[in-house]
Design a protein around this ligand. Sequence first.
Ligand code: PLZ
Length: 446
Amino acid sequence: MTAIPQERRVVTAIPGPKSVELQARRLATVAAGVGSTLPVFTARAGGGIIEDVDGNRLIDLGSGIAVTSVGASAEAVVRRASAQLADFTHTCFMVTPYEGYVEVCEQLAELTPGDHAKKSALFNSGAEAVENAVKIARIYTKRTAVVVFDHGYHGRTNLTMALTAKNMPYKQGFGPFAPEVYRVPVAYGYRWPTGAENAGAEASAQAIDQITKQIGADNVAAIIIEPVLGEGGFIEPAKGFLPAIAQFAKDNGIVFVADEIQSGFCRTGQWFACEDEGIVPDLITTAKGIAGGLPLSAVTGRAEIMDAAHSGGLGGTYGGNPVACAGALGAIETMRELDLNGKAKRIEEIMKGRLAEMQAKLPGGDVIGDIRGRGAMIAIELVKSGTKDPNPEAAAKLAKACHAEGVLVLTCGTYGNVLRFLPPLVIGEDLLNEALDVIEQAFGQI
Ligand code: PLZ
């Protein structure tokens, strides 16, 4: 396999003619409910580049939604997964086990916060991990209620749709939803009515008040939160919020679950984002970045909680597939060897610096209402000039202009007005700066 040149190259319209042809075939046969941000068909990808079937090379600021942190063809992932493929593709861990699964669980015990005894169970998707965290918390506590937060995202299965805040496109028409799910406020600093400095204390007090008055703390099995809310708009709960909620959970025998599916595995410059405020969750859900692009997810947590389910109570045919486990071991090896936490911090420094310059200097830069995020999980929230009114049109126009110039960016947010940047952590600094040049130019088109 030859390495992909790490340079942007636009040789056709985007999408180009071969992609257009493939898109026509796709529309005829792939269900309309499955969308794509940019209908450019991939030929190969690696480092900070996605090369399409027309020979264009796009700078990747999406990582397949925070998955390919080590790149989409990382040497150690490819080497280990290929060797595993040749040995055996599957036995089913529930039938005859294999070492790779155990090794991934050992790594998870070592890397996740806290030095207590930990155990893990492996699954395929993020949603499946969150569902299993709820199963485990319920059987451990013998309670049923689950508390989640405004702007939270946890998946698309029936239970995780109920846990997810945003209606369109995730929930509309797909109900009825699972019962015993309750949503409470989160400390969204930028939009907190009395100001960001009050958000941590006030939002946690409101959330706790609602839990005690409306649900009853004794009925709550789990509180589930993303330490940086991803799909909801890269919202970092204001300081003090997470510790207050974690303490409340502890005081009331509630299992505190950190959903680090998007924020975990070096993405925010720490192995896990909850480390920034010293939080030690009871359970932590991981997926995405864990396996360099292979489908794998996990629930990791206190041994006594993880062991509460009876033998045979957890599992699934493919959970912890051996090829995915080999990929995870390769991804974790790469993260350690290349110090991807350090790289994520450097990406934050470069991106926040450049974005702040754009906000201050560009004509129209005042549509950037907020610049936020940590590590290589950075976003700008776009507003109508001189207000805090969401400006989803600007987000869509900026994304479109970037795409046309060969820079892949994604949008998110409850109001659809957040442009988010999730580069592979292995992206070169020149390439990152070139992508920022393109973003800067795109402001001329809104
Ligand atoms: N928890 C925090 O970010 C997945 C969703 C993309 P799955 N986020 C990307 C989309 O539109 O489907 C996610 C997440 C957090 C859970 C999930 C769900 O992970 O692997 O997509 O099931």
